[in-house]
Design a protein around this ligand. Structure first.
Ligand SMILES: Cc1cc2nc3c(=O)[nH]c(=O)nc-3n(C[C@H](O)[C@H](O)[C@H](O)COP(=O)(O)OP(=O)(O)OC[C@H]3O[C@@H](n4cnc5c(N)ncnc54)[C@H](O)[C@@H]3O)c2cc1C
Length: 373
């Protein structure tokens, strides 16, 4: 088939690579130049973890994704997948809390996942200031993906594999009818057999029936250059989170740029995708307070940058990989809901299988069905 993919973020690129591998002719349309500053995938780093409570769909999918990330990492000149382990510090550890459910679920498949005593946590990861009430889960499987470098690398692999890529080419409309799907660019409609809309926070602009089900929220992050980089380097520091569901803090070890990313997963303001995205001084102050309390050595460092990026939340925070309402030739792939990047290694096949009417291995999990009613 002749397939258009709108969007060169992780969902679009993963789809393009999988569809091309299956022999389809693929054209990617991207409104910006990759890595596009305003795309959610364009960031220094994203966590790859498998703490998903009892949710076997996500755990299976991320384990599948990791195999592909490893392969892409080998093929690309820049390191894009770094396994550091994951440390999650929580205050509550009982059934019904995600950390407890994840631990219960994962220890059955991997004995290496551990609940550390405070003494062990202190000995292994002395960068943190622990509180006596902390519960520390350590999963050696976790790590981070150098997401900005990854999208650049995947675009290159796509091009090398024969995908046609049209950057700086905004699609103004998608439609279908008479056995074809159309992508409108510069006032002209181009016909394809199928169109995949992987337009991130902009999906609602092209598929208005989904506009109210994808909520863009502004998420801020701060980059801090430590005084003593060795103390905080990747070999010693895992990806981490502190009370992620209550306080939201998480971060990554020292990046190649020389700083650490500190961010917050609690939902920010709902915004328009094209609004300016300033980082508020209040957030920077909150980061300083958090770091002083929990990573004291880093508090001596300098804030060298900040950034705001948009989550694209569906009401249940699960992705959408399904036909657009009323269509059988326009497929929507997105709704990453702040956790979609890590699945890039597997999501392309889920999208391609949905498009080819094959078994995706994920059942109806990402179908729209009655989810939003
Ligand atoms: C601050 C932050 C931290 C995150 N942390 C993590 C994490 O640690 N781990 C994790 O797994 N996930 C994380 N995520 C979520 C993850 O980044 C997203 O779910 C994922 O990147 C979404 O990818 P996407 O391809 O759907 O969207 P995008 O990356 O936004 O790509 C969509 C692309 O479509 C293009 N486009 C849109 N409209 C048009 C049009 N009309 N014509 C042409 N092109 C168009 C855009 O320019 C864009 O390039 C985070 C997100 C944010 C914002």
């Amino acid at each position: 088939m002749n397939i258009a993919v709108v969007g060169a973020g992780i969902f679009g690129l993963a789809a393009a690579l999988a569809l091309r591998e299956r022999g389809h002719a693929v054209t990617v349309f991207e409104q910006g130049r990759v890595p596009y500053e305003r795309a959610s995938s364009t960031d220094t780093s994203k966590t790859i973890r498998r703490l998903y409570g009892h949710n076997a769909v996500y755990v299976d999918l991320v384990e599948r994704a990791a195999v592909k990330w490893r392969e892409w990492d080998r093929r690309l000149p820049e390191r894009i997948y770094v396994r550091t382990g994951q440390l999650q510090i929580e205050q509550s550890f009982r059934p019904g809390f995600r950390i407890h459910d994840s631990w219960q679920f994962l220890r059955a498949r991997d004995p290496d996942i551990e609940i550390l005593s405070i003494e062990d946590a202190r000995a292994r990861h002395p960068q943190f200031a622990y509180q006596e009430s902390d519960v520390c889960l350590y999963d050696p499987w976790g790590g981070y993906l150098a997401s900005g470098a990854a999208v650049v690398g995947l675009l290159r692999l796509a091009r090398d594999g024969g995908v046609a890529v049209r950057e700086e080419t905004p699609v103004t409309d998608v439609s279908d009818g008479a056995g074809a799907a159309y992508v409108r660019v510069d006032g002209r409609a181009h016909a394809f057999d199928r169109v995949v809309v992987a337009a991130g926070v902009w999906i609602g602009r092209l598929v208005p029936g989904l506009a109210r089900h994808i909520r863009p929220t502004r998420q801020e992050m701060v980059f801090i250059e430590p005084k003593d980089p060795d103390w905080l380097a990747a070999c010693a520091l895992p990806v981490w989170s502190v009370n992620p569901e209550v306080d939201g803090w998480y971060g990554h070890p020292l990046q190649r740029e020389g700083w650490m990313k500190i961010a917050n997963d609690l939902r920010g303001d709902t915004v328009d995708p094209d609004d300016a995205r300033p980082v508020s001084p209040v957030f920077v102050e909150a980061v300083r307070d958090f770091v002083a309390a929990r990573i004291p050595e880093l508090a001596r460092g300098a804030v060298v940058g900040s950034r705001a990026c948009l989550y694209e939340d569906t009401p249940d925070r699960h992705f959408i990989i399904d036909w657009a309402p009323g269509s059988r030739s326009i497929l929507v792939a997105g709704g990453g809901s702040g956790h979609g990047f890590k699945f890039g290694g597997a999501i392309g096949d889920v999208i391609a299988d949905t498009l080819e009417h094959n078994d995706t291995g994920t059942g109806d999990f990402f179908r729209i069905g009655r989810r939003f009613q």
